[in-house]
Design a protein around this ligand. Structure first.
Ligand SMILES: [Zn+2]
Length: 72
């Protein structure tokens, strides 16, 4: 599983270029797949490696951030 970051203006340009409806869920899926291929550096494996940087961009390790279950 991968997470793909997208940019709204880039998505709009993609929809226009492909003649797709930006409101259509299928367009978002296709955009994600295209972006994962065109910009593999902007995709993240899910879940992140425990010692790797957290996906939320906090700058902390995943295991010390979102990878830690909430303590009650
Ligand atoms: Zn996090």
């Amino acid at each position: 599983m991968r997470m793909v970051t997208g940019i709204l203006t880039d998505f709009q340009a993609y929809a226009q270029r492909t003649g797709s409806d930006p409101a259509n869920q299928k367009t978002r899926q296709n955009y994600g797949e295209w972006r994962a291929t065109a910009h593999p550096d902007q995709t993240l494996l899910w879940p992140p490696a425990r010692n790797g940087p957290c996906w939320c961009d906090s700058g902390r390790e995943y295991k010390k951030c979102c990878g830690t279950p909430a303590k009650n």
